[in-house]
Design a protein around this ligand. Sequence first.
Ligand SMILES: Cc1ncc(COP(=O)(O)O)c(C=O)c1O
Length: 373
Amino acid sequence: MDSNEPPHYRISRIARELEAKGLDIIHMEIGDPELDTDKRIIDAMYRAALEGYTHYGFSQGLPELRDAIAEYLNSKLDTDLDRDNICLTPGGKVAIYLTLRLLNKKRIGVLEPIWGLYHSFSKVIDLEVVSIRSEFENRWIPTDEEIRKFGETDIISLVNPSNPTGTILPKETIDKIVEIASEKGGYIVADELYFDLTYGKTRFTSFLEYDYDNTISIFSFSKNFAMTGFRVGFIASTSKDLITRFARYMRLVLGGVPPFIQFAALEALNNKDIIERNRKFYKEQTRYLMNELKKLGFRMVEPEAGIYLFPKVPEGIDGIEFVEKLLTLGRVAVSPGTGFGDYPDFVRFTTALKKEKLEEAVKRIRHTLEEMV
Ligand SMILES: Cc1ncc(COP(=O)(O)O)c(C=O)c1O
């Protein structure tokens, strides 16, 4: 087995092996919303392909699309970005990987729990990882002492709103992180993919709102527009120089996002009602599952954004064993907390599934727990 394989990828692989043997599995381990992509987006992609947008081109991104993205960010955030602050990427994952490669540093601080790919990418490119922990008991907000550890690193990385916890960091925490970074001129890689899928009380604060140029923010069309298979995302930075360097690198390695996909992304941004509809779905599904899991003895901080829950397993249950049993006995795949840092008592559930599927999952979870006590 590949040692860089994140634990939730491993669970997903085993789940697919079980499916190949004829078992029906409910997938809650991967964040792929059970929503169809809006037809207007698909039509725009098809139209663009028929119009001949099937060649190389727009490696930094179609100018009108970058304008639309800058305008969208400016409308949601306290920013003044334009097209030169944006570079399109084939999804958020590649954006993170190429950013870390481009920065070419030695030590990365990751705010845990964190989406496991940060650990995997760091391993692949030989970055030494410094874990900055946050705790359930502190509502997943890092203490000042932990935040200070970021000062020992060259790159600060975090996911806000968080995958897996759905927490939004308060502005005071972001202020402190920017201050630590600026003391040494360190870089900040802020994964802000879930910024427009918020439904809690805390206002989202972007790192792009600060007068600190060594920052790259990561975004994607995957979840807000339910376009995971399109593979389209982007990075934004207040530093146009960083964007230019990144765009050159993107061109060298990937040549850009396929033009017809970029036209689909442009159509998506011209129809923001889609985000509102999807956000409502995510909120409702997350709330439903949260309430059902609480009834079963799971404890969690109520998420304020995104499509996940990260509860602590009920008292007396072993987290790792629960994940294994839930898959083999309950036929529900979830991600173990160890995929996000050292959190063996926690489990991540993807909530963006249709109601009937969530109801069935709850039944299976209940049954598995009954078998385990
Ligand atoms: C925090 C975070 N960053 C990046 C990604 C990657 O998204 P994309 O589909 O755009 O590659 C995900 C996907 O789940 C994510 O949760």
